[in-house]
Design a protein around this ligand. Structure first.
Ligand SMILES: [Zn+2]
Length: 115
């Protein structure tokens, strides 16, 4: 494990990292996930939380960008299914907004030109 890893990664559970999702989790289940000290990344490393970002333009690790792209697309589909699950009280607007948000992130992660 390199101490000099210069890349910014994404958390492996990238789709749970976004603020919108945290808010949904908090309002649905009454929990706010703790910010962990060490996280597993999309490319399988363990790095300090500070070495990860959920902002596509900041992530420089290519494997992580690909991982996040796939995860956000998958999660957008999942949100749409979840929205019609009994017991999950999201409005159609909230579901559409969350799915659109994840598809937008997926698109930005696929655009491999971090600046
Ligand atoms: Zn990575």
């Amino acid at each position: 494990m390199s101490e000099l890893d210069p890349h910014l990664h994404v958390e492996q559970k990238t789709t749970q990292a976004g603020a919108a999702v945290r808010n949904v989790i908090a309002s649905t289940f009454g929990l706010v996930p703790d910010e962990p000290g060490i996280v597993t990344t999309g490319c399988g490393r363990e790095v300090p939380y500070a070495m990860t970002s959920s902002r596509p333009e900041s992530v420089t690790c290519l494997s992580c960008r690909e991982h996040a792209h796939r995860e956000h697309l998958r999660f957008a589909d999942q949100v749409e299914r979840l929205g019609s699950t009994p017991g999950v009280h999201l409005t159609d607007d909230q579901v559409a907004e969350a799915a659109a948000w994840h598809r937008d992130l997926a698109r930005r992660f696929a655009d491999i030109s971090p600046s």
